[in-house]
Design a protein around this ligand. Structure first.
Ligand code: SF4
Length: 67
């Protein structure tokens, strides 16, 4: 997984550790996280998606990552 995060992060802006952990904590508690790894709405591995600044949470009608 770390290798996937590294590959996806090349040439793209990434969030800091605190924001990354905040996003992952929200995903961990989300009812739409499947298999402990994958967002039901976008099919993304959340450990990869959460690392990128440009990413948003695709939860319908309201991002769960919004601060
Ligand atoms: S809907 Fe948002 S909070 Fe839920 S698993 Fe997907 S990215 Fe994470």
């Amino acid at each position: 997984m770390a290798r996937l995060v590294e590959i996806a992060s090349r040439s793209r802006a990434t969030v800091g550790d605190a924001e990354y952990e905040r996003r992952l904590a929200i995903c961990s508690a989300c009812p739409d996280l499947q298999y402990g790894t994958t967002c039901r709405h976008c099919g993304c591995l959340v450990k990869v998606r959460a690392k990128l600044v440009e990413s948003t949470c695709p939860y319908p009608y309201a991002s769960q990552w919004a601060q």
